[in-house]
Ligand binder design. Sequence first.
Ligand code: PGA
Length: 272
Amino acid sequence: MRKPVMSGNWKMYKTPAETTAFFEKFRPLVEKSEHCEIVICPPFTNLAAAVEAAKGTRISVGSQNVAWAKDGAFTGEISGPMLKAVGVAHAIVGHSERRQYFGETDETVLKRTQAALEFGLTPIVCVGERLEERESGATEAVLTKQFQKGIAGLTPEQFAKIVIAYEPVWAIGERGAPAQPEHVRVAHAAIRRALQERTTHPVPILYGGSVNVDNAAPLAMEREVDGLFVGRAAWTAPGLVDIVREVIATRRPLEHLAIDLNRGGIPEAADF
Ligand code: PGA
């Protein structure tokens, strides 16, 4: 069984000094955990500080975007090789805030995803419907369209290297309400079906949108939820650690079974 992927999206918050302070608190709390993958995505200006602070841990650092070109006259963009040079491992692509406010389209999402892969970054590709689309019963159609016009252009080998985040736009941010597990189940199943037409690889699908310590476990329990994509609740070290704990507690019995079967050993107790 795959380890859950727990990703924190800091959006446009924190300075390098605040990034270092976050990691000083966060590191000792998660350092020994082998039960999930943790990816922290700070703003570009904090990436170097985050990579430095995460050295020697299993925590990965991700950017919140990546250019579709290696270099060139693209004012304001940051390329894959630049991110790699800083030590970044992941890149968020197509977050709904990029789609809403900065003109990101399914076509540019594909180009950015391909560039991330070309330069050795793991793209976390975001998809999700708007409120009026959900209310008109178009959730599945929107997800399918975003998939077909966007990442369906990847090769089966490329699909093996991506992560998808389902983030319904109406669930994100202060005015958002978290999606109910039943809604997430249906949406993730639709994404899984679309994936299965392109690849046999079990691409992880994360859920994001108002994730908090109370809803993390029920969401993570859904069969097709392979991890969580956390905004506001990931901005403090204890906030994110509490959510990671919830998810690990939910997954642990199955994970231990998998470890026992594969290695014939009794796993050591996790840190939490
Ligand atoms: P939120 O943000 O958890 O604050 O709703 C999620 C996201 O947009 O990444």
